[in-house]
Design a protein around this ligand. Structure first.
Ligand SMILES: C[S@@+](CC[C@H](N)C(=O)[O-])C[C@H]1O[C@@H](n2cnc3c(N)ncnc32)[C@H](O)[C@@H]1O
Length: 293
């Protein structure tokens, strides 16, 4: 299979995964009120499930607001790469009514919902691939929440994000990253099952992620490990491996079953501290860093 074909297959698979799973998640009421397709963060500020689902939005918004105050930006332009149902943009729009919003998602189902819930005059949502963005460099802040993990080409994803930002703009990424190599074959199987089940080839070692961003001209400002604020749900060890393998086998029937095997594997990877859930903030300096490639 040529590289080009392998990449198109990966994009089509993720598109199908989100089109079909979004309908099912909505029917089951998962993340409904927050229009979220990300994890709940149970830190000291979250007392209800809805609040926990909004925590990552609140953390991103705090970064955006401090950026806007520092740079004295009144009408902020905000881009959400992998915007899902538009929940994060809607959350930010409530606090920043003057902001101009743009989102990109692979899923037409998600894009339709996002267009419905976002203020029409201030938002544009495209069904498109963040490896090939149609936007010029005009955004103050870009977000990528649990989105770049799906990338088959993390370098390209960071390059495109960087190209869409104004000088001094910020990129806020919240994702799983590998923080230590699996130490045996069993751990290797858990990491592989997570990457395959959730279709997340972009879950890479943290230093690789930071290096890709740097080559794209983005300097790391901060990282925050949110793993401790996740509520993990592990099966007893005697069941977990068998459940993972059974779900993987049954995964052809519906992408939701496939995602369950990924969820199970993710719990193991997080609990064993192979993977961490991190909030990373990058800045595009006025002078480009890209020459250091
Ligand atoms: C786990 S969901 C997160 C959605 C949203 N950021 C949130 O926090 O609710 C991952 C999102 O990434 C999007 N995505 C994955 N790969 C993408 C790509 N290559 N281009 C655009 N969007 C992509 C999916 O369509 C989906 O909306």
């Amino acid at each position: 299979m040529s590289l080009h074909t392998a990449q198109s297959v990966s994009i089509r698979e993720i598109q199908r995964y989100y089109d079909r799973n979004t309908r099912l998640f909505r029917a089951l009421g998962l993340g409904n009120r927050a229009y979220a397709a990300h994890r709940a963060i149970w830190d000291e500020a979250a007392t209800t499930f809805d609040a926990a689902l909004q925590r990552v939005n609140a953390l991103a918004l705090a970064e955006i607001q401090s950026f806007a105050a520092e740079r004295r930006v009144a009408a902020l332009r905000l881009l959400d790469l992998g915007c899902g149902l538009g929940g994060t943009l809607a959350f930010c729009a409530r606090a920043l009514p003057e902001a101009r919003l743009a989102g990109a998602t692979l899923s037409a189902t998600q894009a339709r919902i996002a267009r419905r819930i976002l203020p029409r005059a201030h938002a544009v949502v495209i069904t498109g691939d963040f490896h090939h963005l149609p936007f010029a460099a005009r955004f103050h802040v870009a977000l990528a929440i649990e989105a770049f993990a799906h990338s088959h080409d993390l370098q390209r994803a960071f390059d495109q994000a960087s190209a869409a930002l104004l000088p001094e703009g910020r990129l806020i990424v919240c994702d799983d990253v590998v923080v230590r190599a699996p130490s045996n074959a069993a751990e290797e199987r858990w990491l592989t099952a997570f990457r395959e089940g959730w279709r997340v080839p972009g879950v890479r070692p943290l230093d690789e992620v930071i290096a890709a961003a740097r080559r794209a001209g983005l300097a790391l400002r901060s990282t925050r490990d949110l793993t401790g604020a996740l509520r993990l749900h592990r099966l007893p060890p005697i069941l977990a491996g068998a459940a993972r393998d059974a779900l993987r086998l049954a995964g052809w029937a519906h992408p939701f079953i496939h995602s369950l095997s990924g969820s199970l594997a993710l719990q193991e990877c997080l609990a064993r501290r192979i993977v961490a859930y991190c909030l990373m903030v990058f800045e595009k300096p006025i002078r480009s860093l890209a020459h250091t490639r």
